[in-house]
Design a protein. Structure first.
Length: 232
């Protein structure tokens, strides 16, 4: 179930496992990062995870179990969609140096609602910038894809780019929906880059209009990750 919290379209009867710009481009609001900045360690990422009530309007619960395991090797039938499919794979094109995560639930959500998630992954700056660039390329050309996991599942997804508020050094937002989801709703995913760290917010789509994580929340964590990088 822990993988489903980050990478799934969830309903009472169905769980479908999924996830989770150019480089510095002033026209898109992206910011370059020092190329010699070292990837944050797992300990540093863990310290950066928000406390239970640190993010206004949300309750976050850091998780100790690994989000991805050796069997979670995911491939896709469309190379243009790889950057999106890689979010659910233990072997992405751009290596993760460390990874931590927490569940994240709006305070006004009903008790039975499934929480979303917040995942922090560290990379070299070059890899983090490249992955964000590939996200933008994918969101311009990838509308559907099939994902296959060595764990034994195959699912098909629809992708829809969404407007993203400026957050961090760079950010993208999209709606990922399993085509078999009985209610037709998916997950709103926002990826925010801070130097070589990617913060991925997965919010369940509870309304007809997808609502991403607030930019104020994303920028609050961005500042915390910036501080962690200066202490590295």
């Amino acid at each position: 179930m822990r993988r489903a919290l980050m990478f799934a379209v969830l309903s009472a009867t169905f769980i479908a496992t999924t996830a989770c710009g150019t480089t510095a481009d002033s026209a898109r609001g992206t910011k370059p990062s020092p190329p010699n900045q070292q990837p944050l360690t797992e300990e540093q990422l863990t310290k950066a995870l928000p406390d239970v009530s640190e993010l206004a309007g949300f309750t976050t619960m850091p998780q100790s179990l690994a989000l991805l395991e050796a069997q979670d090797v995911v491939t896709t039938d469309k190379s243009a969609c790889r950057s999106i499919a890689d979010m659910m794979s233990v072997r992405p094109k751009h290596q993760r140096r460390a990874m931590v995560w927490a569940t994240m639930k709006p305070d006004n959500a009903p008790p039975e609602a499934t929480p979303g998630s917040l995942t922090l992954t560290s990379h070299t700056v070059k890899d983090a910038e490249a992955w964000m660039a590939e996200f933008r390329e994918a969101l311009a050309s990838c509308s559907r894809f099939k994902a296959t996991s060595q764990r034994g599942w195959i699912h098909r997804f629809k992708v829809r780019p969404l407007a993203t508020a400026k957050a961090g050094d760079d950010s993208v937002t999209y709606l990922l929906t399993n085509i078999l989801a009985p209610n037709g709703k998916g997950n709103v995913i926002t990826v925010v880059r801070t130097g070589g760290t990617l913060a991925t917010y997965l919010m369940n789509q509870d309304a007809d209009v997808p609502v991403p994580v607030p930019a104020s929340i994303a920028n609050q964590l961005h500042k915390k990750l910036q501080a962690a990088a200066t202490q590295a």
